[in-house]
Design a protein around this ligand. Sequence first.
Ligand SMILES: Cc1cc2nc3c(=O)[nH]c(=O)nc-3n(C[C@H](O)[C@H](O)[C@H](O)COP(=O)(O)OP(=O)(O)OC[C@H]3O[C@@H](n4cnc5c(N)ncnc54)[C@H](O)[C@@H]3O)c2cc1C
Length: 599
Amino acid sequence: MIPTILKAGGRVLVKAKVDKILVNEKTMKVEGVVMEKSGLKIHAPLVISAASIMATCSLIPKPILEKMEIRKILTEKEAKQGMCHVIVFVGFRGSSKELNLPSHNVWVLPCDKSCNVGDMCENYYKDPVNAPQLAFIGFPSAKDPKYEEKHPNKSTCCIITESKYEWFEEWKNERIRHRSEAYQALKDQFSGRLLDTLFSLYPHLKDKVDYVDVSTPLSSEFYLGAPQGSSYGLAPSVKRYSGGMDYLRPSTEVDGFFLTGQDVITCGIAGGIMSGILSSFAATGYPTFMDMLTKRNLFEDMLMMEERKKKKQKEREGGERKREKKRQRERESEKERDRVEREIENKYPFLLVVGLMVRDKEKAGVFSISVLYKKRKRKAEMEGEKRREKVRNEKEEETKIAKTSSLPSLLPFALILPTSGTTSSPKLVPLTHQSLSLSISRLSPTLSLSSSSDHVLNMMPLYHIHGLIVNILVPLCEGVGVTCCHILDFQQIVREVIGRGEGEKVEEGEGEEEGHKKGRKKGGKERVTFYSASPPIHMGLLEETEKYFLEEEREEGGNRRKEWPIRLIRNCSAALLPDLATKMETIHGAVVLPTYAMS
Ligand SMILES: Cc1cc2nc3c(=O)[nH]c(=O)nc-3n(C[C@H](O)[C@H](O)[C@H](O)COP(=O)(O)OP(=O)(O)OC[C@H]3O[C@@H](n4cnc5c(N)ncnc54)[C@H](O)[C@@H]3O)c2cc1C
């Protein structure tokens, strides 16, 4: 029973006598118990007393008890304590098997030929010291299959006879184990006769006795907390079983306080168990009217709970397996990210995105960013002690920043991106160096930018991931130059940036690789060959470009359309309508890549 209680998260206290049951007098609600020795208050919304009814009454504060029906037991004439016993405990040298001890009980009823047990008992109670003595003999060690394992070469016996509390009552106030000789002498008389009965049936046990101890009703009172040493609690009486003491039931007038144990139902172990069942029903609120209609009961519900618990356990185990698989996948993708990052590092050893500076942290969502590029020494220089030294310095620097900065949590991230929340609420998305590196490495091959013939124009705002990655980081990693527009003045962009150097001579041959024929320098200046933008920018730029070309046609002989340097345009951030894409291809004479989102 104790392991079951512990398994369910309960605790079992032994040698822990309750001194008082705490009840709120105003609300008549139970509040817990007070322990006798320590005075400790254990608060509880539910208290069930398994102590005898008499003992329980003595624990309830008087003003409360007066309001309860169970107080009647204290003045009830027929509420006497039931029968008591004298028990002789005997220990033998030798196992039960060696001593041939039976596992069944033996009842000794020494009656005359008439076999009138009633008369025999009457005689015994009149003269317990001299009249034939009834006895029960049992060998607990022979009943326990594990006894030999636990106590090798030992066996036990208990011999019991009935007794009355009054026979020993005069010594009740003496200290246990230090009672007067007369008490000891009476005990010896009982035990001597009981041992004689034992040896008359099992003579071979006489010289195997190792240990003898005797208990009386005073011992039961002290050790078992049984009022007047009664083994079976309240004496059975007609009144008790015919409804005259119907206050002996689990529920009481105190909210949350219940009774249980043999006194509530009937004596003996079966009575104790039955009252436990009834009390648990009462305490948990079973059975309601609906429970009766639906034939629902506590035990089936408990069985169902057990089933549910097992099912949940299985689900948890399944969930754990799934989580482990997910962790495994994450570990693998982490490895893959590291590998790609290393690849990028090897490919572009001269660049390192070192961080993001937040200029105005007071204005939520408005971040003035500046990505710092740090020239990285070539891989060869980073090797060996120098490299380790560098790493150490970097770490120290990071720690210093972390200590002094008011934004230490930003350190692990390369960038914190405010998004307008197309699909959900607006949010800040922290991006790591790894994820930026990964995006760069995935996008770079789709653009095939060449450091010798390409130049990129960025018209997107820098707080937008599209412009930042495609127009800035990808070209810079490829060693390609970038021009950033401060304001979106399409007239100026078309005339002074893209069509820059009009009339100047093109230096033929320079940067004329296969597939990059348009990437030429004009007057030694870089000319824009690629840009990525969103549809409204394309439209603005297209309109201005058309005007620019028309002017030229009117002037005759110009080369504007022919020398237009843009070879590749990428669309992102919103869907590109096919009509616009076709027009862009025709006017710019460029390949148009329609994409949506970073991937
Ligand atoms: C020698 C002997 C042989 C028996 N043989 C049989 C048999 O063969 N068959 C059978 O059916 N029955 C037998 N019985 C009776 C059986 O043991 C009882 O009927 C049964 O134990 C009663 O159970 P219970 O839970 O009502 O009370 P108990 O088992 O008496 O439990 C009540 C508990 O409350 C505790 N308590 C009291 N006051 C306080 C307090 N203030 N604070 C904290 N705790 C307190 C007590 O210490 C005790 O542990 C025998 C009894 C004895 C003594």
